[in-house]
Ligand binder design. Structure first.
Ligand code: 5GP
Ligand code: ZN
Length: 111
């Protein structure tokens, strides 16, 4: 997708520092962090949201969560706790229509 900001990051056309990369996902810092640690685990494939995952892609969300767990350990929030969040669609507060998992931690998160 030419006009997708996360595809641009995945394809490295934007000058962003990737914290992690494998064949399925990349991880980078959220540009407007809502916690001391706020990372985005982003699918390499342009999938619009959790609603658009096919049955044949059911392993992808599990992989994203597993990478998030490893990132929590690496970035120091594994023991103190953290929140993992998929925003889905309008009422879910999804702004970027490209599948991503938020990892938030480093402070007590309300609500
Ligand atoms: P959503 O609300 O779609 O679940 O979350 C999208 C997230 O992407 C937001 O937290 C927003 O701050 C972040 N974001 C939007 N544009 C960029 C960008 O160009 N670079 C980075 N690193 N994060 C972005
Ligand atoms: Zn995209």
């Amino acid at each position: 997708m030419d006009d997708c900001v996360f595809c641009s990051i995945v394809n490295k056309t934007l000058d962003k520092e990737l914290l992690y990369e494998d064949d399925k996902v990349v991880v980078f810092k959220d540009i407007l962090p809502k916690a001391p640690v706020h990372l985005l685990i982003v699918s390499k494939e342009h999938i619009l949201s959790i609603n658009h995952i096919q049955d044949s892609q059911e392993d992808l969300a599990g992989h994203m969560i597993n990478i998030a767990r490893k990132m929590a350990l690496k970035y120091g929030v594994y023991e103190t706790g953290y929140r993992l969040m998929f925003n889905v669609g309008k009422d879910g507060g999804q702004v970027i229509p490209h599948l991503h998992l938020h990892l938030l931690g480093g402070k007590f998160l309300e609500g």
